[in-house]
Design a binder for this molecule. Structure first.
Ligand SMILES: [Zn+2]
Length: 149
């Protein structure tokens, strides 16, 4: 992961920038107004921070500034899921994925793709996923120790 982490508020703004391709702070304000009720200055601050983090860039156009994304949405979604998975014991990742699927509305195409992916995953599946935590941050070590005694 090369780019800096972005906050939830910055993510809201980035979604608009990704969807619009090119946008102005006024457009972002109008689009987000219903959902966030942020002041125009807040939007400008958020856009400025995103520029500092090199998530987007800006160029002058007439008397206003155009904002456009520097980082693809796909790459950020990848980082987002990577980040999510570093927050749990690797043995619980299966559970997290299960919950994600459980809580999602999926199309037939999505499900077909998932089924195919799971079939492929079966080829490289392991008996037990190794724990990646430090002792004390999950219960794997406790259980292993008990098993030894
Ligand atoms: Zn663990």
């Amino acid at each position: 992961m090369t780019e800096a982490k972005i906050t939830d508020a910055e993510w809201e703004v980035m979604r608009v920038v990704w969807a619009q391709g090119e946008t102005t702070s006024n457009d972002v304000y109008t689009i987000l107004n219903e959902k966030m009720q942020w002041k125009k200055n807040t939007i400008k601050t958020l856009l400025g921070r995103l520029a500092e983090k090199e998530m987007l860039a800006t160029k002058p156009s007439g008397n206003k500034f155009i904002y456009y994304p520097l980082i693809e949405e796909r790459r950020s979604l990848q980082d987002l899921s990577d980040e999510l998975l570093t927050k749990v014991c690797s043995r619980k990742v299966g559970q997290v994925v299960e919950q994600l699927i459980q809580g999602s509305v999926l199309s037939f195409a999505d499900i077909e793709q998932l089924e195919q992916l799971l079939q492929e995953k079966k080829q490289s599946a392991v008996e037990q996923v190794p724990c990646n935590c430090i002792p004390g941050q999950c219960q794997c070590h406790l259980i292993e120790r008990k098993g030894v005694e």
